[in-house]
Design a protein around this ligand. Structure first.
Ligand SMILES: [Ca+2]
Ligand SMILES: [Ca+2]
Ligand SMILES: [Ca+2]
Length: 210
């Protein structure tokens, strides 16, 4: 797939500048340095257990087929088929293993998300005809990407970034600071998922369309 990308958007992504929200879909939480089996496949893997979460702040559902995840180096990390939707108020997690499978299926460079533990950038694009518009981007620092810490928005979708560090408390003074809350892949960041509940994954969304 060949994309025509607007210059302003490219510059924004290269600089990882914050983007004014014109869209209800946003990057909501990132796990750059997993130390656990987050994707639930039974094995820990530094690449496959990374994850990126999106949140739909509404109003209405979002057609995920119009969107593409990537980084500031031009790597495409995940996309959806047209008509696959995320409902208002819901969060969706994509694991590194899913990113890798998507890249292999679409003949992309196969690194998964490839999130550096020294800090990195995640970019969300919207496909608009032959153009690709920058929707949201977030750069995290090395102290946000330490074992099983996620960095995420508070409140969901629009808030400032904080470290969800219940599993690995951050005691430093470099912002963003920790909030003592646990990472919540596939759940709104301030929700308290019911005991035994499983994160809403891309597989769950696809199952709605089978
Ligand atoms: Ca990493
Ligand atoms: Ca795993
Ligand atoms: Ca979350």
């Amino acid at each position: 797939m060949r994309l025509r990308i607007c210059l302003t958007c490219v510059l924004g992504a290269l600089l990882c500048l914050p983007v004014a929200g014109h869209c209800s879909l946003s990057i909501n939480e990132i796990m750059g340095d997993p130390a656990s089996d987050w994707d639930g496949d039974g094995d820990y893997n530094y690449r496959d257990d990374e994850w990126v979460e999106l949140f739909n702040g509404g109003p209405g559902h979002v057609n995920l087929g119009e969107y593409l995840l990537g980084d500031d180096q031009g790597l495409r990390t995940f996309g959806w088929e047209d008509g696959e939707v995320l409902s208002e108020g819901e969060a969706l997690v994509i694991y590194g293993s899913q990113s890798l499978a998507w890249q292999q299926e679409h003949d992309e460079s196969s690194y998964g998300f490839g999130l550096s533990n020294d800090g990195d950038c995640v970019v969300l694009w919207q496909l608009a005809g032959d153009d690709t518009l920058l929707v949201d981007t977030h750069t995290f620092n090395t102290h946000e990407a330490d074992d099983d810490r996620s960095t995420g928005r508070n409140p969901d979708g629009t808030g400032d970034w904080e470290i969800f560090d219940a599993l690995n408390p951050y005691g430093g003074t470099t912002p963003p600071l920790g909030n003592g809350l646990p990472p919540t892949p596939g759940w709104p960041n301030l929700d308290d998922p019911p005991s035994g509940a499983r994160a809403r994954s891309w597989g769950d969304v696809k199952a709605l369309f089978r």
